[in-house]
Write a protein that binds this ligand. Sequence first.
Ligand SMILES: Nc1ncnc2c1ncn2[C@@H]1O[C@H](COP(=O)(O)OP(=O)(O)OP(=O)(O)O)[C@@H](O)[C@H]1O
Ligand SMILES: [Mg+2]
Length: 432
Amino acid sequence: MTTFDETLPIIAEILKRHKADLSDMDWLLVNRDLKGKIRLIAPVEVSESKLAPTLEEIAKELESRLGDRAYPAEYAILYDENREDACKGASLFPLEGFDNIEVADRLPVSGNWLSFAREDSGAPLVVFFSVKGGVGRSTAIAASALSLAQKGKKVLVLDMDLASPGLSSALLPENRRPEYGIVDWLIEDLVGNGNFILDRMYAKSDIIRDEEVFVVPAHGREPGEYVSKLGRAWMPVVRDDGATESWPQRLRRMVDELKKALDPEIVLIDSRSGIDDLASACVTDLGARLILLFAFDDEQTWTGHQILFRHWRHASVARKIRERLQLVAAMMPETDTLERLEEMREAGYELFAAEMYDAIPPGEMIEERWNFEESDEFAPHSPWLIRRHQGFTSLKTLRGRLSKIEESTVAHVFGPLIQGLGELIEERDSDG
Ligand SMILES: Nc1ncnc2c1ncn2[C@@H]1O[C@H](COP(=O)(O)OP(=O)(O)OP(=O)(O)O)[C@@H](O)[C@H]1O
Ligand SMILES: [Mg+2]
C-alpha cells in the first residue's frame, strides 16, 4: 500500500529517471484527483510523438509503485490540447526538481491555502489569524480599531468568523446593529443582488464620540435563517462572461465594494481560526498586506504553523506570502513577560528559519537573502507583544468597558500591535 504522503516523492523519483526525455515537453501535469489518485495529463501532440512510449512506460511504473493511488496504466494518461483547460479547477504547484512538470491538485473544498490574491493597492488589509481559537484575536481587533480611531483614523472591521461570530457585539450595541451581515451579502450575491444590501450591512461604533470605526457583522440584527444561509454562502457563481467565481473571490469582491463605499484607511479582518476553509479565504484570497499569526507558546500552535508553512514551501508559494507574515505573542501572562517573549522569539526563529527564510550559502551575507538574525526585533519571527490584562477578560462585556479603559492601559496591553497598524497606514500615506 502507498499512503497519500508517499505518493509525490515516488512520482518525482520515477519521473527523474526519465528526465532527459521529459525535458522536451512543454508541460506535463501530475493530476491528483479528489480521492488522491494519480494520472498524467500531457499535450495532445505528444500522443503521436516518440515520447508516447516513454509516458506509457511511466504509467506502468506508476501503477506498480503506487498501487491503488494510481490509475491502471491503460487509463493513466490523458491528453489535452490546451494546458489551461487541463488545469481548470485545480490548484497548481511545481513538482520538486522540475521546471515543466506541475501537480494539478483537485480538492473537494475551496480552501487550498495556495491561491494568493494580489495585494490590494488601496487601504491595507490586515488579517487576524490564529491556528487555535480563544487567543484574543477579536479582543485585539476591537481594542486596536478603537485606538486607531482615537488617533483620527478611519477603520473598517469585518467579522469573518462566520461560523462563530462575536466581534460585532464587542463594538456595537444591540440597537445599532445593521440590518444585514456578510452572510446575507454572500447569499444575495448568488442571485446578483449583493449590492442592494451593501449600505445596510455596516454600522458605526459609538464607543467613543466622533470615532470612525465601521463594523460589518457576520449577520444582521435578526440572524434570520442563518444556518440555511451559511450552508449556501460557499457557492460559486457563474458570471455573465461564463467564468466561474469561487466564493472566496466573491468575498474579495464584497470587501472591494465596501472599501469603495466607505473609503477606510485600514481594513481589519477577524478571521476564523485553524486550518479551515474560511480561514484560508481570509489569509490567501483577500489580498492581505499583513497576516498576523496570533500564537501561544505551546506545541499545538507551533505544529499548526509548521504544517501551514511547510504546505506553502512545498507548493513553492512561500515567497508570495512570507513578507506578509508577523507573529504575535497573544495574551502574555503578567509574570516573567519579557523572558517568555524571548523564549517565544527563539521558537519563532526556529520555525521561520526552517520553513521560510532563505538559506545563506557560504560566502554570502545575510542582507543578500530573505533572512533575519534571531535577535532582530523587526523580523517577522519576533513576536509583537500583547499582554494579558484583567480589563480584557470578557469579550461580552468589552463594549461597556472599552469606553472606560484608559488609553494608556490599551497602549500598555496592545502597544506593538497598535503601533504596527499605525505604521501600515503611514506607509500607504507616504506612498501616496
Ligand atoms: N489581552 C487580554 N487579556 C486578558 N484576557 C483577554 C485578552 N484578550 C482576550 N482576552 C479574553 O480571552 C478570551 C478569548 O478572547 P477572544 O474572544 O478575543 O479570542 P478569539 O481568538 O477571538 O477567540 P475565538 O477563537 O473564540 O474567536 C475572552 O474571554 C477575552 O475576554
Ligand atoms: Mg474571535
